[in-house]
Design a binder for this molecule. Structure first.
Ligand SMILES: Cc1cc2nc3c(=O)[nH]c(=O)nc-3n(C[C@H](O)[C@H](O)[C@H](O)COP(=O)(O)O)c2cc1C
Length: 263
């Protein structure tokens, strides 16, 4: 980030290198054959590990997968996503309670029956590290996409990655040097997602219908431009299609088996 000399706010630019990286970000699923060195991955992760962490618990670990055989094992868990097979690097961002458990054990306690908060803070920690890594990678010219589909079968993912009890993979991330960078997906209207002082003070219940109609149209136009099949109610349709059947309904049991009680 560039240094900002002390100036009144009105004279400061409302942009920066960091803001530009964020403003230009897009998920990229296609990479060149060029390898990504271990030094580059380490630089990305060292920066990412500066992310804030709840009560300094640092309840995360990352498995950096380069071995094509391991990626080939992971791909079916993710529904055979092509980029999982093809990306030179796959980073598995894990919530990790092993060190916390060790600290409790030393003090005569245990992590049995750990509560929802314990699983949540570790998951948030891992997510913050994941996003930080994503931005650090992007700032070096690497591109990628997060892979939540590792939770299609959290047990299989844990087995493939050799995760011990008290560790689960929150999401993965394919990284590589970009081959094809798609146009950015439109986002919902900023003004409808930012509230001033209290939620909804400027809006009313009808706004949600207008917001959805506007966004459905914008996303449908985006997919049409790319020649991708869609429906006029693109976002509403896709979200309902994905979530009405309660996907990954067995996840709570799977995570309990991995040592995260979430209760
Ligand atoms: C936690 C998380 C999991 C995701 N899982 C997948 C995935 O399994 N496969 C995939 O292709 N994209 C995945 N994505 C990428 C999203 O589909 C993508 O961010 C979203 O459609 C918005 O597009 P954009 O990132 O290009 O703006 C995931 C994103 C997040 C944050």
């Amino acid at each position: 980030m560039q240094d900002q000399p002390h100036r009144p706010e009105t004279e400061r630019p409302l942009t920066s290198e960091t803001i530009q990286v964020l403003q230009n970000r897009v998920s990229v699923r296609s990479y060149t054959d060029e390898p990504v060195s271990e030094a580059t991955v380490d630089a990305v992760l060292k920066a990412a590990f500066r992310a804030p962490t709840s009560s300094n618990i640092q309840a995360y670990s990352v498995v950096a997968v380069r071995d094509p055989d391991v990626r080939a094992e992971l791909a079916p868990v993710t529904g055979n996503q092509r980029h999982v097979l093809e990306a030179p690097v796959f980073l598995a961002f894990c919530a990790d309670l092993t060190r916390i458990e060790a600290a409790l054990t030393r003090n005569g306690h245990d992590l049995d029956d750990n509560n929802f908060e314990m699983g949540l803070v570790a998951t948030v920690d891992a997510a913050l590290v994941g996003m930080s890594a994503y931005l650090a990678a992007d700032s070096l010219g690497l591109k990628g996409v997060m892979i939540g589909a590792v939770r299609n079968d959290a047990l299989a993912t844990a087995r493939i990655l050799g995760l011990p009890r008290r560790v689960y993979c929150v999401f993965g991330m394919c990284l590589g040097w970009p081959d094809d960078v798609p146009p950015q997906k439109p986002r919902m209207d900023f003004a409808r997602m930012v509230h001033r002082d209290q939620y909804g003070r400027l809006g009313d219940d009808r706004e949600i219908d207008t917001a959805l109609a506007d966004y459905d149209a914008a996303l449908a136009a985006h997919y049409a431009d790319l020649g991708k099949p869609t429906t006029p109610d693109s976002w509403t349709h896709d979200v309902d299609n994905k979530f009405h059947a309660r996907p990954r309904d067995e996840l709570r049991q799977q995570l309990a088996a991995l040592g995260f009680d979430f209760k």
